[in-house]
Design a protein around this ligand. Structure first.
Ligand SMILES: Cc1cc2nc3c(=O)[nH]c(=O)nc-3n(C[C@H](O)[C@H](O)[C@H](O)COP(=O)(O)OP(=O)(O)OC[C@H]3O[C@@H](n4cnc5c(N)ncnc54)[C@H](O)[C@@H]3O)c2cc1C
Length: 406
């Protein structure tokens, strides 16, 4: 049951994945009367709806479950708490008729519509870079997927894929693709990564690719895809040809940022999601951003915690009508690829294997420094707010800087 109403105003959440649903649930629990989640798919739940393996819910639900069960639990909680779910509706843009109101433009099955909102939470998630965006030359045959499209085909539509695949990438999600292919009866001829090692946990690599004796080919990439109607082979940058009928491009996360751009928001360089401060405000009054849209890509429970935490900031906005003057980026120096706030601190990525001490400074003063260790690309690195010298939503008005002391 929701608590006492603090506002008759509507909050619109764009995107019904773990981040958006968790934000909506928390807003209702905290007493916001009208909370609408707009989701373009026919069902809410986001990516976990079709990632049919364990690994979901640890930090937010305090139990481990599968993707589809996790998504179903969040949808059930949302309905139980009185969240309005508008599925099959896509948010196409925003208007800002006054300093304290936003109009949300929807494309619905029955035509265009507008919702007036006192606050909007953007939670549109990420997608993987498909073959077209990676500019891989060669033929254009059938049998080329991303992990997401592969899992939708196998888990939601119970379709068969091929019999022998090459997986491009060797990060967490790439090993999830190996599992899905195995469940679909498709063997994996090789995983391919331009980096010198795979980028997942040893245990996960062993449990998925290792036990199926899948070779991980390092320091090579796909140079060409060969095949007329169906994939017949891939050619690697070292000239090796691998016969296969399926290619899965994994990772290479790109935030679903079109809407954020249309709203005129500044983007975090490198991450390409909207820039936020520690309280998840964007540069536009009334617009918040959370989840993998902001930090491509964290686990679902981290996104769900963003959702819970943004509710407090939304409530502050609805009651106090105060907005920060500027949203400052966190400056980074290579090999730090990007850094952004999320609800519990700062998350960042490096773009090469590097050994050293990761250091966060502010005006030359060290706020946090790690022990010397090897930092792995494509893997989440988090600095919790409590570990930094200034705690609790720090630095909203200042620039932080991250680098690696080798
Ligand atoms: C293969 C794979 C395996 C994974 N395995 C795990 C795992 O084991 N454990 C784990 O914790 N995490 C895992 N993840 C990550 C997890 O799925 C994500 O962290 C989580 O889904 C991110 O939540 P989100 O709400 O930010 O975005 P999403 O889940 O992507 O949800 C965003 C939603 O916004 C909707 N949307 C986008 N644009 C619009 C628009 N304009 N209008 C309306 N709706 C819109 C989308 O349709 C989507 O439903 C995995 C991901 C993948 C791809």
């Amino acid at each position: 049951m929701a608590g006492h109403a603090v506002s008759g105003d509507r909050v619109v959440v764009v995107g019904g994945g773990p981040a958006g649903l968790s934000a909506a649930i928390e807003l209702r629990i905290r007493g916001v009367r009208h909370v609408t989640v707009v989701e373009r798919e026919q069902q809410a739940g986001g990516v976990p709806r079709y990632t049919a393996h364990f690994g979901y819910g640890w930090r937010d639900l305090r139990r481990l479950t599968t993707g589809p069960r996790y998504a179903a639990a969040l949808v059930e909680h949302a309905l139980h708490h009185g969240v309005e779910l508008r599925t099959g509706s896509t948010v196409t843009g925003f208007g800002f008729p006054s300093a304290d109101a936003t109009t949300v433009e929807l494309a619905t099955e029955s035509g265009p519509e507008e919702l007036r909102a006192a606050a909007v939470v953007l939670a549109t998630g990420v997608r993987e870079r498909p073959r077209s965006a990676r500019l891989v030359p060669g033929d254009r045959p059938a049998g080329v997927y991303t992990t997401g499209s592969l899992q939708q085909l196998v888990v939601l539509h119970h379709q068969r894929v091929g019999t022998r695949a090459v997986v491009v990438g060797a990060e967490h999600v790439s090993f999830s693709a190996v599992l899905t292919l195995a469940h679909a009866g498709c063997s994996v001829a090789a995983m391919v990564t331009p980096l010198p090692q795979h980028q997942t946990y040893r245990a996960l690599a062993l449990a998925t690719a290792g036990r199926r004796r899948v070779p991980v080919r390092t320091e090579v990439d796909v140079a060409e895809i060969v095949g007329h109607r169906r994939v017949e082979a891939v050619v690697l940058t070292d000239g090796t040809r691998i016969d296969c009928d399926t290619v899965v491009f994994t990772g290479g996360w790109v935030p679903e940022y079109e809407l954020a751009r249309r709203a005129g928001l500044a983007m975090t360089p490198g991450a390409k999601g909207p820039m936020v401060d520690a309280a998840l405000h964007t540069g536009q009054r009334g617009l918040f951003a959370i989840g993998n849209l902001v930090h491509p890509a964290e686990t679902a429970d981290v996104c769900a915690l963003d959702g819970r935490d943004v509710a407090r900031s939304v409530l502050d906005w609805l009651t106090l009508h105060q907005w920060p003057d500027a949203i400052e980026p966190i400056e980074v120096e290579a090999p730090v690829a990007w850094a952004t706030y999320h609800s519990r601190g700062i998350t960042l990525r490096v773009d090469e294997f590097v050994h050293g001490r990761l250091r966060l400074t502010h005006g030359g003063e060290v706020q946090w420094i790690s022990t010397p260790q090897t930092w792995v690309p494509n893997r989440s690195i988090t600095i919790r707010s409590g570990e930094m010298r200034t705690t609790s939503r720090p630095f909203a008005d200042h620039r932080l800087r991250l680098d690696v002391l080798r």
